[in-house]
Ligand binder design. Structure first.
Ligand code: BGC
Length: 447
């Protein structure tokens, strides 16, 4: 008999999240496909290949069965623009039908769909002949037209949408760090123009979606990464931590609130069109950073990042588990006065050595917000099955289920069982903690 539990409201959604390119396989008609096929771009020169075989092999069906059998009540997926509109103005009705079957498949299994329209990847026609829609600003109208088409096709089954996934990661990786295409022309000025163009496209899509479906809830999931000064009180560390936060975590929401996009060193760009174009805050939280001032680190705006002391680091040294960061992210999100969905949270951990702990501790932090009656409406764990992790290829395994890429066999990790228990009970209880992470028992359930 469980001693105590942290219970979530009956309307709270428990699900997983993924993105089309990362699971479908064979997304040939995209900029990322071309990019990943150049040597040296992806860890160990791996390729997405058939990924989780959700497109040709239709293995989404069995994965949705798994999610439903595990008691999940929602699933976040994305549709691929390149499949739906392979050439400008030509709609592929078969592709739309494929996605229609998927969202109907979710509903039939009792899973609420959250559908993302753009998750890091562009159709080739949007980036050809030396031009790039997000650089030259020509993306707004086509993106809104595409959003309208998707909502007309899927809107009878979906009313929870995300326009552009993590515009802050996308503009940073594509135009600053070079981890994503186009990757070859880093410039802060260009990156800020891209950020503005993404915002304008989001705003236009927001209105297009509402034209078709007035009751839709539309969001813009943000990769929220709290930055803590390495030496609190030391002015330069405080400045770097604040600047990085403003140019990454809060940039897009600040712009939507104020109509101005902040640029480095106190200037800003006007984006009045973006004001008020959000119905919920989509929070993607994985990790937090300690930041110290370093005059040699120009690319990171004079900051040097490390993980908070004692935080447990994942397989790739990419993220560290820092559960208080989830609560500070929620505290910030709550002040936006919008409903909140945690649209991503997870850890790359092939052996499942830290995921059960990670899951429990992060859900416990979310529960604190729920317990304050903050409007937190759902949690989407990243991810159901290991999927293609962009520049990290297959070296970083986020799935509740492990994927054998050759046989396509999925094997549940222990965390799948833990998450199923949480979803079924809509609560985190002391028995689960005793079974899956006994080292946390006394701290979470003292006495
Ligand atoms: C992205 C996902 C990615 C995940 C884990 C997020 O930033 O939205 O596409 O796979 O992080 O790395």
């Amino acid at each position: 008999m469980a001693r105590a539990c942290f219970t979530f409201p009956s309307s709270f959604l428990f699900g997983t999240a993924t993105a089309g390119y990362q699971v479908e396989g064979g997304s040939l008609n995209t900029d990322f496909w071309q990019w990943e096929h150049k040597p040296g771009r992806i860890a160990a020169d791996e390729r997405s290949g058939p990924a989780c075989d959700w497109w040709h092999g239709q293995r989404w069906r069995e994965d949705f069965d798994r999610a439903a059998a595990d008691g999940h009540t929602a699933l976040r997926m994305s549709v691929e623009w390149s499949r739906i509109e392979p050439e400008p103005g030509r709609w592929d009705e078969d592709a739309l039908d494929h996605y229609r079957q998927m969202v109907v498949g979710l509903r039939q299994r009792g899973l609420t769909p959250l559908v993302t329209l753009h998750h890091f990847v562009n159709p080739l026609w949007t980036v050809s002949d030396g031009r790039h829609i997000w650089e030259d600003g020509s993306g707004t109208e086509p993106f809104a037209r595409y959003a309208r088409k998707v909502v007309e096709a899927l809107g009878s089954h979906v009313d929870l949408w995300a326009t552009i996934n993590e515009p802050n990661v996308y503009y940073y990786n594509g135009w600053m760090s070079g981890a994503f295409p186009p990757g070859d022309r880093p410039s802060i000025g260009r990156a800020m123009q891209v950020a503005r163009n993404l915002l304008l496209a989001h705003a236009a899509a927001y209105h297009a979606i509402h034209d078709v479906q007035p009751h839709a809830l539309v969001g813009l999931p943000i990769h929220f990464r709290p930055t803590l000064p390495a030496h609190p009180g030391f002015m330069l560390d405080e400045w770097v931590a604040r600047t990085q936060f403003e140019l990454f975590s809060s940039l897009f929401n600040d712009a939507i609130r104020t109509g101005r996009l902040r640029r480095p060193f106190g200037t800003s760009l006007a984006v009045p069109e973006a004001r008020g174009t959000l119905d919920y805050f989509g929070l993607n939280y994985y990790t937090a950073d300690l930041v110290r001032f370093d005059p040699t680190s120009f690319a990171e705006l004079f900051g040097r990042r490390s993980f908070p002391a004692g935080a447990e680091v994942d397989d790739a040294g990419w993220y560290a588990s820092y559960p208080p960061g989830m609560f500070s992210a929620l505290t910030w999100a709550h002040k936006q006065h919008l409903p909140i969905y945690i649209t991503e949270n997870g850890i790359g951990d092939a052996e499942d050595r830290m995921r059960p702990r990670y899951l429990i501790e992060h859900l416990r932090q979310i529960w604190r917000g729920v317990n304050f009656n903050w409007d937190v409406r759902g949690y989407f764990h990243w991810s159901l099955v290991d999927n293609f992790e962009w520049e990290r290829g297959w070296t970083h395994r986020f799935g509740l289920y492990a994927l054998d890429r050759v046989s396509q066999i999925r094997t549940p990790r222990r965390s799948a069982e833990l998450y199923a228990a949480i979803c079924r009970r809509r609560a985190l209880d002391s028995d689960m903690v005793a079974d899956f992470a006994p080292e946390l028992l006394e701290r979470l359930f003292p006495g």
